[in-house]
Design a protein around this ligand. Structure first.
Ligand SMILES: NC(=O)c1ccc[n+]([C@@H]2O[C@H](COP(=O)([O-])OP(=O)(O)OC[C@H]3O[C@@H](n4cnc5c(N)ncnc54)[C@H](O)[C@@H]3O)[C@@H](O)[C@H]2O)c1
Length: 261
């Protein structure tokens, strides 16, 4: 059971690095207990260590979160050890550059399994716990890509359009129980995933001048720079802990003006 009745109990997926690690540590700094789910054992252990340094209790779920039953069993385990779940952040994500005319079953399957299907199943499993509690907040990480025509990144864009749809469905399903479901669309952040995606994008566009290619993309952001991981995580934490309780089914854009509606 929870040691401190005011402590929020959170599960952050994809917490081994990038945005997920920053969300986990910022939630830990705000006094939350942190469940970490990621396929990367070493990165997860490092995030857990950082959370412990901030005084947080942690539970780690290392493995492929798309495996049948994985989201449900992680959430059941947190309910058993901490007595419930107050926050779910569906942050784990995968994407691969693949020209539209060369698309493969493998990349569509991997992308939609994680970004869309597993996210939906996690919302449902967390929703069951939060319904009983009559409280809880879910934040899904979407992307500006969900509303763009991206012929070399179609599976990813479609998977994030699915996230937007699931966010609205989950918000409607859980609103009667006081459970809030929102999403956040980050702009370009220099994480491992983003860097390797953009290098691949340069390659399929026949570009070898990687830095010039990256600079051109940065200049397309109306605010003229890429997002800091910490500022995006700060907005996720705001949705998890501080946003008004009348706010649900909302999409918060943190994209420096790339996403304008
Ligand atoms: N970086 C950006 O510019 C950007 C922009 C918009 C949206 N996003 C979204 O932000 C989220 C975080 O992305 P990031 O940039 O920090 O990427 P990242 O690659 O650093 O983090 C993704 C995490 O998900 C984990 N993961 C991947 N497959 C998994 C699986 N099958 N099971 C469990 N864990 C798995 C990875 O190990 C990794 O720790 C993603 O949903 C991504 O789509 C990122």
């Amino acid at each position: 059971m929870t040691e401190n009745p005011t402590m929020k109990r959170a599960l952050v997926t994809g917490a081994a690095g990038g945005l997920g690690r920053e969300i986990a540590t910022q939630l830990a700094a705000r006094g939350c207990a942190i469940g970490l789910a990621d396929i990367d054992q070493k990165g997860s252990a490092e995030t857990a260590r950082l959370c412990h340094e901030l005084g947080a209790m942690t539970e780690m779920f290392v493995g492929d979160f798309t495996t049948e039953g994985a989201p449900e069993s992680a959430i059941d385990r947190l309910k058993t050890v901490w007595g419930g779940l107050d926050i779910l952040v569906n942050n784990a994500g995968y994407g691969v550059i693949e020209p539209f005319l060369d698309m493969t079953y493998k990349s569509w399957h991997r992308t939609l399994s994680l970004n869309t299907m597993t996210l939906a199943l996690a919302c449902s499993a967390a929703g069951r716990v939060m319904k009983e509690q009559r409280s809880g907040r879910i934040v899904n990480i979407t992307s500006p890509a969900s509303r763009m025509a991206l012929p070399d990144y179609a599976a990813y864009a479609a998977s994030k359009a699915g996230v937007d749809s699931i966010t609205r469905a989950a918000a409607a399903a859980l609103a009667p129980y006081g459970v809030l479901v929102n999403s956040l669309a980050p702009g370009m952040m220099d994480t491992d995933m983003q860097r390797s995606t953009e290098i691949d994008l340069a390659r399929v566009n026949g570009r070898s001048d990687i830095q010039a290619f990256l600079d051109e993309r940065t200049r397309r952001v109306p605010l003229g720079r890429r997002a800091e991981i910490s500022e995006v995580a700060g907005a996720v934490v705001w949705l998890c802990l501080d946003a008004p309780i009348y706010m649900t089914a909302e999409r918060l854009n943190m994209s420096g003006g790339m996403d304008k509606d």
